[in-house]
Design a protein around this ligand. Structure first.
Ligand code: PGA
Length: 244
């Protein structure tokens, strides 16, 4: 089993050019945990000279064509991206992302030499109705159908929608419970070995003061951080928490 902790930041639509340069200068020398940043497409080229892993928040599945407004996975790779985010709940909520299209984007990352971080998670009313794992199974179904084998390095992120940007984090017990069940679901489709090697991040109001407890769970293999990834200081504090 090899699941080194991954500390991923999702900058959403926040940073500009100067802020990106400033952030990169501050985190450049950090060692001790694997860092990754998901930035707006227009910022990706600014990462070219940094040692940080980075990627877009969304990619299309075709290499090129008449798809106005989309980002080619080939271009993302050419700009140096090594990861791509897929299926974030904001894409699902505001931009019509479906389980099927999210899976296609995630698999395109692998087809073009990148690694996907595939987001799943339930809404509050779904949790309250005891539907959490049914929702997550449905979100993953097209992915397992299109890819009967595990793409090397593929990552999941469990992000309960009710915890994103709300300040209301899942407890470590809630995160661990879902992540154990998700790993079992991965094992069912991709086999036990692949499941044991697949990293599952937790995301949703991760902050410096809760990161350590979340990452002490055996099935929380890192975090996907929104708000607290915008300041280098808090992002690095979370990364330090990965060391235990
Ligand atoms: P948050 O966002 O950390 O601000 O809750 C997480 C995410 O959207 O990935």
């Amino acid at each position: 089993m090899s699941r080194p902790k991954l500390i991923a930041g999702n900058w959403k639509m926040y940073k500009n050019v100067a802020e990106t340069a400033d952030f990169l200068a501050k985190v450049e020398g950090f060692q001790g945990a694997e860092l990754l940043l998901f930035a707006q497409s227009a910022l990706l080229s600014l990462f070219a000279n940094s040692k940080l892993a980075f990627g877009p928040q969304n990619i299309y599945w075709e290499e090129k064509g008449a798809f106005t407004g989309e980002l080619s996975p080939k271009l993302a790779k050419e700009l140096g991206a090594s990861y791509a985010l897929a299926g974030h709940s904001e894409r699902r909520q505001f931009f019509g992302e479906t389980h099927h299209s999210a899976a296609k984007r995630a698999l395109a990352a692998h087809a073009f030499g990148m690694t996907a971080v595939f987001c799943v998670g339930e809404r509050l009313e779904e949790r309250d109705a005891g539907q959490t794992m049914n929702v997550i199974r449905a979100q993953c179904a097209p992915l397992f159908e299109m890819s009967p084998q595990a793409p090397a390095g593929f990552c999941f992120a469990y992000e309960p929608v009710w915890a994103i940007g709300t300040g209301r984090t899942a407890t470590s017990a809630q995160a661990e419970e879902v992540q154990v069940a998700l790993r079992a679901e991965i094992a069912k489709h991709w086999g036990e070995t692949a499941a044991q090697n697949t990293r599952i991040l937790y995301g949703g109001s991760v902050k410096p003061d809760n990161a350590k407890e979340l990452m002490s769970c055996p099935n929380v293999d890192g975090v996907l951080v929104g708000g607290a990834s915008l300041e280098a200081e808090s992002f690095l504090a979370i990364a330090r928490a990965a060391k235990g």
